[in-house]
Design a protein around this ligand. Structure first.
Ligand code: SF4
Length: 456
């Protein structure tokens, strides 16, 4: 069995399963956020009754992160609905925007978009927050009401996005009926060259198979090349499995996984026991690809979908209006560090927005120093508009007052993960997906640029 089949078999209480089997599996964690949480709660109450209790209040994780820093009152109200449900159910893990459990969330736009407006519990973008807060464990099953839930596959777990109806059912029962996906195999060999990042790996893979090339399939990443990838790198890759239509992305368990998970569960006092899954000799794949990381070049997914792969060096003719770094995929501390490596001592020539994924990243960037400057200062001095309000921001457009949203038909190079028409706002805008290195170099040049021109 493949890694995915092994986890699903265990969760279904079976010795063996194969692709195509329909199984009832037990959930280890259900995550929801402010966009889908209220709808999920509505389904749960309708189907299980107004007085129903969730199946396990320690396994439901609620993370508001999407439409948070907006004056849109309906969006603010969504966070209040989550808070009321958490109180009613006694849910343990709720990363509220405000500290007062009896309060209401109202964004104060008179303070501007850059200054932080969250309290001490706020965790930022759900997929980045989950591992940081100690909720991702090898061998487990994570369901989330968000398509990029697959990011947690970096931690050797089965993680997938589900809709509100399924999530309402999981809330009530802790189980879900799933068809076992076929597995596609991506064997990574060698090491990335300077100027090339994990984002380039996944953009290359999606370019190879197309934006629907992994529809309802597991994407398994393994091989000797994985050892050199950090957990952040693996998260970037697993995150974008859904951009090829994948059911999930999954990595092997190794010492890096163990170190990260043990550290984070200890730090946060969350469940620390887990049972990783290992590869079996009898694993069967429906697709095989071997990728020599050494030969990869900075890659861009052009408008209008994540499969439109081109080399950055061939796109110098595309002039840009805007650059954006942020999101679960591209807003981690390590992403901003690589971004800053290019921008240090330079200035951007187009509007450039920086949105850290989590408050922890804001803290990292404001405390880590290169010489006498913090990373945050280096970015601001380079002309990047940095907000402390960590969250999804303009990655998915959002209400019109969202920081960085494209309210006009602009061309933007972005470290985010999705570029279908209208994704970041205006329907006629164009989004080019790239690594933080490539976004930084392009922000300096004002056109799509191979970052190796800027890195010695
Ligand atoms: S940052 Fe973007 S991709 Fe990630 S969860 Fe938020 S909206 Fe989705």
């Amino acid at each position: 069995m493949t890694l995915t089949e092994t986890i699903l078999a265990r969760a279904a209480g079976k010795a063996r399963v194969q692709a195509g089997d329909n199984l009832w599996v037990k959930a280890d964690v259900l995550m929801t956020h402010d966009v889908c949480g209220p709808g999920t709660i509505g389904v749960f109450k309708r189907e299980f009754g107004q007085a129903a209790k969730v199946w396990d209040r320690q396994r439901v994780i609620i993370i508001p992160d999407h439409y948070i820093f907006t004056a849109d009152s309906k969006s603010n109200r969504n966070v209040d609905i989550l808070r009321e449900f958490v109180k009613e159910q006694g849910i343990t893990y709720f990363y509220d925007v405000i500290d007062n459990p009896d309060g209401k969330w109202v964004f104060d736009s008179s303070k501007g978009m850059l200054q932080r407006q969250y309290g001490s519990h706020y965790a930022g973008v759900c997929h980045t927050a989950l591992p940081q807060k100690g909720h991702t464990r090898p061998g487990e099953i994570l369901f989330g009401t968000d398509s990029h839930t697959c990011m947690a596959g970096a931690f050797n777990q089965f993680a997938t996005g589900i809709g509100n109806t399924d999530a309402g059912f999981v809330l009530g029962t802790g189980k879900l009926l799933l068809k076992v996906p076929e597995t596609m195999h991506f064997r990574l060999e060698g090491q990335l060259q300077p100027g090339v990042m994990a984002k380039d790996i996944i953009l290359h893979c999606i370019g190879e198979i197309g934006f629907d090339g992994a529809t309802y399939r597991a994407m398994q990443f393994d091989g000797p090349g994985v050892a050199s990838l950090s957990m952040d790198d693996r998260m970037t890759i697993a995150n974008m499995a859904i951009e090829a239509g994948g059911k999930n992305g999954i990595f092997e368990f190794d010492a890096k996984t163990e170190e990260y998970v043990n550290h984070r569960t200890r730090l946060n006092g969350t469940k620390s026991s887990y049972e990783p899954v290992m590869r079996h000799q009898d694993e069967k794949f429906v697709y095989e690809m071997t990728l020599d990381l050494q030969r990869l070049e900075p890659t861009v997914a052009c408008h209008p979908d994540p499969g439109q792969r081109k080399k950055a060096r061939d796109l110098g003719h595309i002039k840009l209006d805007r650059a954006y770094i942020g999101s679960c995929t591209g807003g981690k501390t390590s992403d901003f560090l690589e971004f800053a490596r290019v921008l240090r001592g330079r200035r951007v020539t187009i509007d450039t927005f920086g949105v850290p994924a989590t408050p922890e990243t804001v803290h990292d960037l404001q405390t880590a120093r290169w010489g006498d400057r913090t990373i945050w200062q280096i970015l601001v001095e380079a002309g990047v508009q940095m907000t402390e309000n960590a969250g999804c921001a303009a990655c998915l457009g959002g209400p019109v007052d969202t920081f960085g949203r494209m309210n006009a038909p602009l061309k933007c190079i972005s470290a985010t993960n999705r570029n279908f028409p209208g994704r970041m706002g205006h329907k006629e805008s164009q989004v080019f997906l790239a690594s933080p290195f490539t976004v930084a170099a392009s922000a300096v040049a004002g056109r799509i640029t191979d970052p190796r021109e800027y890195l010695s």
